[in-house]
Design a protein around this ligand. Structure first.
Ligand SMILES: NC(=O)C1=CN([C@@H]2O[C@H](COP(=O)(O)OP(=O)(O)OC[C@H]3O[C@@H](n4cnc5c(N)ncnc54)[C@H](OP(=O)(O)O)[C@@H]3O)[C@@H](O)[C@H]2O)C=CC1
Ligand SMILES: O=C(O)[C@@H]1CCC=N1
Length: 273
């Protein structure tokens, strides 16, 4: 799909942070033809941002549905039912790709018209740089072809894995919310460098590159336990074991696990489960 003329014609209900990240990521990969894509939002500033990316921007969700068949639902979870209302009064058979945290397939299916197929996806903002980590599950009416379409869209901007729907809230805790935890870690790593004398810009660049390089090591060594990779950094009696000991005393790993559980629980609450 290197030519914009055969790019996908997609719609977006909601043009906020996540829709913008996805659109920018898909544009970078020439996956969508912006002139054939439509976005609706209730906010003029958001429509201006999405319009500047070349999409047709409108306040009217019905217009999005009229012009497109594959539509990403990117409103806040509590607005999903309202935003999907126009699918009830259309003859077209849309594929709705919901990225709303917590909103279950059965809820989504109760919000849409009878011809509409639904897929639930949990991506994250690094789709903007082609490095998302997404999980997805198909609704009852979605076909194998829909599955391939969704896989192709999200794999084009990173990693996409099919998971049983009951695990999508855990995917939210790890993937959807995960970048925020990693930003906090990068901030803290950089602050530690500044505390010990590094210039701020050098500390920021080094901290981000450490996370990037370490993630690459994990991804490129799938058969090596992550703990083994860590042990290779920890020279006996050296600097690293002094640092990892301090992290253990601060209950670093337990705290991160608690963060994932808190976000997973919150996703369930937001979906009314
Ligand atoms: N941000 C992230 O990293 C991720 C978010 N998600 C999911 O993506 C969805 C969007 O999140 P995010 O982009 O952060 O949120 P935003 O609030 O940035 O975006 C949602 C946009 O939808 C607008 N909106 C409200 N009602 C309607 C409507 N009826 N029709 C069209 N647009 C409407 C909102 O306007 P207004 O604010 O004025 O109401 C807002 O501009 C959420 O469901 C979230 O769970 C999933 C993965 C990651
Ligand atoms: O914080 C949120 O609710 C959304 C869902 C996952 C990431 N951001």
């Amino acid at each position: 799909m290197g030519d914009k003329s055969d790019g996908l014609r997609m719609g977006f209900l909601g043009g906020g942070m996540m829709a913008e990240a996805l659109v920018r990521g898909l544009l970078n990969k020439d996956m969508i033809d912006p002139a054939q894509c439509w976005v609706s939002d209730v906010s003029q500033p958001r429509l201006d941002v999405m319009g500047a990316l070349g999409l047709n921007a409108t306040f009217d969700g019905e217009e999005v549905l009229r012009h497109t068949d594959i539509v990403v639902l990117a409103v806040k979870p509590d607005t999903a039912a309202t935003a999907l209302e126009p699918t009830r009064s259309t003859d077209k058979a849309h594929l709705i790709i919901s990225i709303c945290a917590g909103v279950t397939l059965s809820s989504l299916e109760s919000f849409v018209g009878p011809k509409t197929r639904v897929v639930r996806v949990m991506p994250n903002t690094p789709c903007l740089v082609g490095a998302t980590a997404a999980g997805y599950a198909l609704g009852a009416k979605a076909s194998q072809q829909d599955s391939q379409t969704v896989d192709r869209i999200f794999a084009s901007v990173g990693l996409a894995r099919a998971v049983p729907e009951k695990l999508l809230d855990a995917v939210t805790g790890v993937s959807g919310s995960g970048p925020a935890y990693v930003y906090m870690f990068i901030e803290a790593l950089a602050d530690g460098g500044v505390l010990n004398g590094l210039p701020r810009d050098t500390a920021r660049a080094l901290a981000a590159q450490v996370v990037y390089g370490t993630a690459k090591m994990v991804l490129e060594n799938p058969d090596t336990h992550v703990g083994e990779l860590r042990n290779r950094v920890e020279s006996p009696g050296g600097t690293t074991i002094a640092g990892t000991n301090a992290l253990e005393q601060g209950q670093f790993r337990g705290t991160v696990m608690n963060a994932v559980s808190a976000a997973t629980t919150r996703a369930k609450e937001m979906g009314g489960n």
